[in-house]
Design a protein around this ligand. Sequence first.
Ligand code: ADP
Length: 191
Amino acid sequence: MNIILFGPPGAGKGTQAEILVRERGLVQLSTGDMLRSAIAAGSELGMQAKAIMDAGELVSDDIMIGMIAERMEGADCAGGVILDGFPRTVAQAQALDAMFADKGISLDSVIEIAVDETALFARIEKRAAETGGARSDDNAEVLKARLKVYHENTAPVLPYYKDKGQLVSIDGMQTVEEVSSQIASCLDSVA
Ligand code: ADP
């Protein structure tokens, strides 16, 4: 099964993806993590991406689409993936559809984790404290920019999938367990 976890920064996509990896053996493809690995490796791409990420902006569609296409070639992806942080623009969603159609892969569900945005600032501050500030974009100022980009570029992806009847929205303000149990019911119903 192949699914997309969708939601603004701090919605809990990573937390829920980890649970799905454990419980369903899916492979998590987090574009944010891939970019942070590229930065840690000091690659050319990592150097370009760092400034963009630190400003809360989006890395170009071409780079991101290429990155996912290459990763999807991995044999481990054949059993199903959770896309976390991708697609983030309508162009990325269209490219993903084309890629899946080309490979004969099905997209089984797009799950939106809907949250109250005022709560996100507290969540991001908590994550920054817990990780010792490991992510340089985890602060209130960059979060504001990330939310603006989310509304302008990423939120339009929701109607894209809604029109195709693939979107399920879950209340992300519940406990981690409640959110994961609703995701589980939703996935069981499409399985
Ligand atoms: P969060 O889950 O908190 O929104 P991520 O770890 O997914 O953050 O992404 C961090 C940053 O990496 C984004 O702000 C953006 O700069 C870049 N990024 C990640 N995924 C994409 C994507 N699909 N398209 C463009 N930029 C991306």
